[in-house]
Design a protein around this ligand. Structure first.
Ligand code: ADP
Ligand code: ZN
Length: 728
């Protein structure tokens, strides 16, 4: 059955492989076992019910609380020629009637319902008149009172399920604590062995935190790294949103503001313009994002400090849903901590206020950490990171963030915690260290301790940073209820001088290192042509551009230059329906471009044999040009220089080199290719191994096998080297 699912994945959606967990989840659903799927935003939850819906006889009902998301899904399904509809309060009477009729006449495979609609007796009666194969419950955490978004209507969904005993239920959510998960499983009768939890790591997101010193300038330089790309800028207050968006707009950026203070018409308009790529940047409060599904958001900038990790994770999660790389920058100013604290101080309930403070401290730990940013992030989800160095965050990538030896101040701090009886919070400890004569100190006679007034070399702020690092590295633990600090076993080693303590006391003021090679392997001029066409079609059909084709699809088209329907079908995201609807238009554009620029389709998976090579790759015309270029290369000109000289792209030069070695010739100094890649030996070996394993005919499998860590430009060079050495 799963084979059929894989075939549907390819034929209908145009994707080659299931993502982690999708296969297991879909398999389970197809076996008609009630299933709970927990996946991060962008993890690919929709396919988990869309594919079963296509394979089952009968109708699949999807319960979803967000009207805009339902409509977005239906638009995307229609673009794939899949019959789907919605029933909710936003429809006109006529549309509603039409949809009821389509369901009754079994002309629909998927129907999206708001929970309250699904519970109406006339709707239940209608559903009973047809076969219901599957009931999918999206945002399933809404079912639990323990969740952050409890909706009473969700509570009654088990009654709905009881009415359709032969339908399989799949519940999906991106956020669920163990308690919420247990609640969902109990209410929807999902056995423990049918619960699937995907990793919460989003490896395509590059995470960076910068000290906020000149936020507007930092913001604009970050935007400039992403020209013409979609991004979201989050601010803490509405006022900040209005000011920043006005300023950016005055400076010529394509922005729109979004916050709960705007009328719902203006908010909808802002959202719609963003989704349709009419505007590139949304400046927003956290009110923005729930109802959008835009897969190609390339960056998220936090202009202010988020209140907790959960929110931060959710907001950065809106970037890079399509799996291509995306950048997340947080501007971190100490003043902002005060602002968040102010919000927290307004909470009247003691318990709630303490919880909020705990959450803020976790967020600060992430902002201040000198280790991989993914550590505190994944810790929050009780997940261990894959490795100590993720290679996709500022701390893992940036060697200039040198840690210093802070053993002595750490010893002072720890010893002061010990001498004050392991009962006090960081602020009090610091007051003792810095010799404060506050009443609390005198009352407790802490001015008589040996650690009193021995810490004036650091400011209160710096001691705070140090204390959080001690907490984060496990030398201190904090009483959850009262906030008192206690020593752990690890602290003893540092106190006794048996272990050093290295940390970052001051965040290095580095400029953003984000280079975001946003996996744009395609020929940029052709990508632009294809994007323009995509936008034209989308506007004409009144759908968002990503519902026509994803960015990745256009990039691949502009990389492989498919010239036939058959080749086009091999491109990511092109299934039969999209081929039928858009194939001819896009093939025509690619054809024209290739002819104008004398480009050829990239070879596909059939391994080239020597005889084929000679004939297919060296037409007399190209071979003369190739020879000219080879001679110049052998004389010592580097690729970049040759590209400039011949007014072509570096990759065109690479292609000549490739043609040359493919025809069985040898370059005199192939190592020069390796030097040009600027990769180190380990990376080079890894890449060459990948060629060995996947062959050199197509770069994509090699690119994927290397987890997109090596760019297509580098792979082009390595391929020439590889082919010459293998002699294939
Ligand atoms: P979620 O609902 O979990 O946030 P979606 O279902 O919207 O995520 O999927 C996010 C993006 O990933 C979509 O653009 C979707 O087309 C893409 N996607 C999902 N599964 C796959 C897959 N197996 N291969 C390639 N792309 C996928
Ligand atoms: Zn990292």
């Amino acid at each position: 059955m799963i084979d059929q699912a894989s075939k549907t994945l390819k034929d209908v959606f145009g994707f080659n492989e299931f993502r982690q967990s999708q296969k297991a989840i879909i398999g389970n659903v197809l076996h008609k076992k009630n299933t709970l799927a927990i996946m991060p935003t962008g993890g690919g939850k929709s396919l988990c019910y869309q594919i079963p819906a296509l394979l089952f006889d009968g109708l699949t009902v999807i319960i979803s609380p967000l009207i805009s998301l339902m409509q977005d899904q239906v638009r995307q399904l229609h673009a794939l020629n899949i019959p789907a509809c919605v029933l909710n309060s936003s429809l006109s009477k006529l549309e509603y009637q039409d949809n009821l009729q389509a369901i009754g006449e079994q002309r629909c495979k998927l129907v999206f319902l708001a929970p309250e609609t699904a519970l109406q007796s006339n709707v239940v009666a209608l559903l009973k008149s047809v076969t219901i194969a599957c009931i999918a419950i999206d945002e399933a955490h809404c079912i639990s009172e323990w969740g952050h978004d409890f909706r009473p209507e969700y509570r009654q969904l088990n009654l709905l399920l009881e009415q359709f005993p032969s339908a399989v239920c799949v519940a999906l959510t991106a956020t669920a604590t163990p308690r919420v998960r247990a609640d969902i499983k109990r209410q929807l009768h999902i056995p423990d062995n049918s619960e699937f939890i995907a990793s919460f790591d989003r490896p395509n997101l590059y995470l960076e935190v910068l000290p906020k010193d000149n936020p507007y300038q930092q913001c604009t330089s970050f935007i400039k790294l992403h020209p013409e790309q979609s991004g979201i800028i989050y601010c803490l207050s509405r006022k900040q949103v209005d000011e920043l968006s006005a300023k950016l707009s005055a400076d010529g950026y394509s922005v729109v503001a979004y916050h709960a203070g705007l009328s719902s018409a203006r908010r909808n308009e802002a959202q719609e313009r963003f989704i349709r790529d009419d505007v590139h940047i949304v400046v927003a409060t956290i009110a923005f994002g729930m109802g959008i599904n835009k897969p190609d958001v390339r960056y998220v900038l936090h202009y202010d400090l988020p209140k907790n990790i959960e929110g931060y994770y959710q907001q950065i999660g809106r970037a890079g849903r399509d799996g291509l790389s995306a950048d997340c920058l947080l501007l971190f100013g100490y003043g902002d901590t005060g602002k968040v604290r102010y919000f927290i101080d307004q909470i009247s309930d003691d318990q709630e206020r303490r919880i909020a403070t705990g959450h803020l401290n976790q967020m600060l730990a992430l902002a201040e950490t000198d280790t991989c940013r993914r550590l505190p992030l994944l810790q929050y989800f009780a997940e261990a990171p894959q490795s100590e160095n993720c290679a996709k965050c500022d701390n893992c990538c940036n060697e200039s963030k040198q840690k210093s030896d802070l053993t002595v101040p750490a010893q002072k701090f720890l010893s002061c915690v010990y001498r004050t009886g392991e009962r006090f919070g960081a602020s009090h400890i610091i007051d003792v260290l810095r010799g404060s004569s506050a009443e609390k100190i005198l009352q407790n006679q802490h001015n008589l301790l040996s650690t009193y007034n021995i810490g004036n070399e650091y400011s209160k702020k710096q001691w705070m940073v140090l204390s959080r690092q001690l907490l984060q590295k496990g030398l201190l633990s904090q009483d959850e209820q009262f906030g008192g600090l206690r020593l752990t076993k690890q602290a003893a080693d540092v106190l006794k001088g048996n272990a050093p303590f290295f940390a970052l006391l001051q965040q290095a003021t580095v400029s953003s290192k984000i280079s975001s090679t946003p996996a744009q392997p395609g020929d940029p001029a052709l990508v632009q042509i294809l994007k323009t066409e995509r936008k034209r079609i989308a506007d004409a059909d009144n759908i968002p551009p990503y519902a026509v084709f994803a960015d990745r699809t256009l990039n691949e088209m502009a990389h492989y230059f498919p010239r036939s329907s058959q080749s086009l079908l091999k491109i990511h995201g092109v299934g039969q329906a999209k081929l039928d609807t858009y194939g001819d238009i896009f093939l025509q554009l690619i054809n024209d471009y290739c002819q104008q620029n004398n480009l050829q389709e990239m070879t596909n998976d059939q391994a080239p044999s020597k005889t084929v090579k000679a004939s297919s790759h060296t037409s007399p015309k190209t071979s003369a040009k190739t020879l000219e270029i080879i001679n110049a290369f052998e004389e010592g000109n580097d690729i970049e220089a040759l590209a400039i000289q011949h007014k072509v792209k570096a990759n065109t030069i690479n292609k000549h080199l490739y043609d040359y070695v493919l025809a069985g010739n040898c370059l005199n100094q192939p190592e020069r290719l390796l030097l040009t890649t600027k990769l180190n030996k380990t990376e080079t070996d890894k890449a060459l191994n990948a060629f060995q394993q996947h062959g050199a005919a197509r770069l994509k499998p090699v690119f994927d096998a290397l987890n997109a860590q090596i760019t297509y430009d580098q792979l082009h060079l390595l391929r020439v080297y590889f082919v010459q050495h293998k002699g294939i």
